[in-house]
Each structure stands twice: as C-alpha cells, then as structure tokens.
Design a protein around this ligand. Sequence first.
Ligand SMILES: *Cc1c(COP(=O)(O)O)cnc(C)c1O
Length: 404
Amino acid sequence: MFQVNENYAKLPGSYLFATIGRKVKAYQEAHPEKKIIRLGIGDVTQPLAPAIVTAMQEAAGEMGQAETFHGYPDYEGFAFLREAIVAGDYRARGVDIGMDEIFVNDGAKCDSADLGDIFSLRNKVAVCDPVYPVYVDSNALVGRSGDWLNDEGRWSNLIYMPCTAENGFAPEFPQEQPDMIYLCFPNNPTGATVTKDRLQEWVDYARKIGAVIIYDAAYEAYISEPDVPHTIYECEGAKECAIEMRSFSKNAGFTGVRLGFTVVPRELKCGDVSLNQLWLKHQEIKFNGVSYVIQKAGAAVYSPEGRAQTQEQVAYYMNNARVIREGLSAAGYTVSGGVNAPYIWLRTPKGMSSWEFFDYLLETANVVGTPGSGFGPHGEGYLRLTAFGSYENTLAAIERIKKL
Ligand SMILES: *Cc1c(COP(=O)(O)O)cnc(C)c1O
C-alpha cells in the first residue's frame, strides 16, 4: 500500500489569499453596488513594455524558421541572457559574477522552494517573521520545519527572526544557531530593507558560523536610497556564503511571462563540494530550461529602450507607494515601507487584529489589503498594502481611508 508524503498533511489550512478572496466575494455579493479597490494583490498590473513585446514577436518569428529554430535550451540559460545579466546586474555595480554562476529559471518562486533540495534535511533553517510563505512551506514539505504548532501559530523546528517596529523590521542574529538563513531585501511583506553595512554584518555572521544565506532580491529594482545594497555580492565574502535569487516579475512585469535567475557562486563550498555543481546537477535532473522566446524577452529588459520603459513602470508603482505612504501618514496611521519596495506595512489602529482591520477596511472603505498575520506571528497587528494597482484606484482608496 503506498503512502503519501505525510508532511503535506502537516501544512496548516490557512490559505491566506483564498480566505481573502472568499470574504471579498461575499461582501461584493451582498453589496453589488459597491466598487471594491484591491490593494492586496502581489501582482503587477501594467502591461509588458513595448521593447519586450517586440523582442518576443521577433523571437517567435525565429522559432518559425528552420535556420533559427531552437529546441531544448541549455539548463543554465542561453548565453545571450546570462551575458546581459552579468553585465547589467553585476558588472555595472562593480561585482564580478561569471556566466557559469548564473542559472536562468522560470521565476524565483520555484528556485526559492527547490534550493532546499541540495541541502541536508538536518540543517536548521532561520526565517524572518513575517515572511514570504514559500521559504517556510517548502521546508515544511521535506520535514525540515518540524511540526506545525497550531496554538502558537508556528513550526516547531524553524528559527523565527522577529521583524518588528523596534528593530526597523530588520532581523537580528538569532539566539539559536542556524545553518540556512533566508533573507529577502527589499522585503515582502514589510517593504523594509537593510543598509549595505548591515548586510555585510550578516555575511560576516554567516561565514563565522558556517551558514548559507539564501538571498531573495526580487525587489531590487525598487531600491531608491543610496546605501541600500542591490546585490548581496556587494558585500565582501558573500560569494563564499550566499546564493542570490532574482526575478523579472516585479521589475519588468513578467509575473505571467515567467523568468528569473539564481546565482550560485563557484566559491560557495561545503568542504570540497561545490554548490554550483550541485545546483547544475539539480537543474539537469529536474528542469528543462526556459523558452527561447521568454529568454529573448528577458534580454530586452537590459536593452536601452527596455531599461527606460521598465524603469518608468517601476516609477509608476513607486508613485503609488508614495501616495499610500504619505496619505496614510497624514491621516494619522503608522506606516513603513514604500520607499525601496512596492509594499506599505500599516499598523492597525486602536489595537485591532490584522483580520479585524481587514474586515473594517473592506466594509467601510471597500478597500482590500492583506492581513499581516498571514505572513507569520509577528505580522499580527499589521496590514500590507501594495502599490501595484492603478494610480487612479490607489488615490481613490487612500481618499476613502482618510475619510473614515
Ligand atoms: C514576487 C516575489 C518573487 C518572484 O516570484 P516569481 O516566481 O519570479 O514570480 C520572489 N520572492 C518574493 C519575496 C516575491 O514577493
């Protein structure tokens, strides 16, 4: 008789976005005349930039000609895209990353979950709290998170690093020693980030204790302040202890196109074992590459037109972030984020819980946010608003909240 992976059964049935969807649907059905504005989504809304669409059309044409047709792509990604990445994201910042250290993928989510495959199940994992749920749940599926403790709302074997107003939503070194540390800056959900000096301290700490940092830089394009690192490899020694994940989803609107990459440096070793070689093996066994058309679209992001057009989109979202941040501050709310990230982390007023405030905003302002408690125990008492809506809707939502 077969058995299933019992770790799947351990996952708590919270389904944050399903619950939100159900509540919004029920409210809309009861009040069909109300115009609900959704500032809860973590998905972009602007269409693909023209330079990207043109590149995809040209690539599709090439696929229709015998001379320029492409079958299975390389596991690591086409050289033209990896060259563009090395030059545009690393060399341009004075960081030396080789083409053979770049692994192109179909988005950062899969790799953020799959990277665990090359690490021992005995490793102790540290995550921020609140956190992007994929890091936690993917470790839970292989048993590394331990058991779900329902009363405490946490996993028994994870190290949680609280990100609170007191520490500026940036984690401190945990008391218990981790082997794997997941960091995401600029952060989803809090919108917080760290300075280069602080990230250097994390790199030094990881090297000292022999831990690996899995660094999610999906929101790099949103950085506006000068002392915020764009890549962890700006820090000295990071190539010996850190893997970096990037995505085209938020900087170029590829959430529906699907493209990202992971950097696994050659210097990153466990004894004699090269993690770069382990990850190559992982990709050879479990992955068959990304479509030529999509990789051409990715390369277009690095062209002068593509850059200008995608930067304009990021600026559009960041203007929304400013409207939310300034509007809510003026209305007396305590807000953070929204400066180097498209997320605003809003303290709930009058001691309301995250879900109480969610219901209140839905019912009185017809605005949808994401309850902070859905991202971890220390997200309780917060709500996440995103800047990914239209300017008009963002402005209207904030006007409504101000009038409450
Ligand atoms: C959106 C997001 C990603 C990107 O995911 P894709 O699979 O590339 O779309 C990665 N990490 C975080 C924290 C995100 O919010």
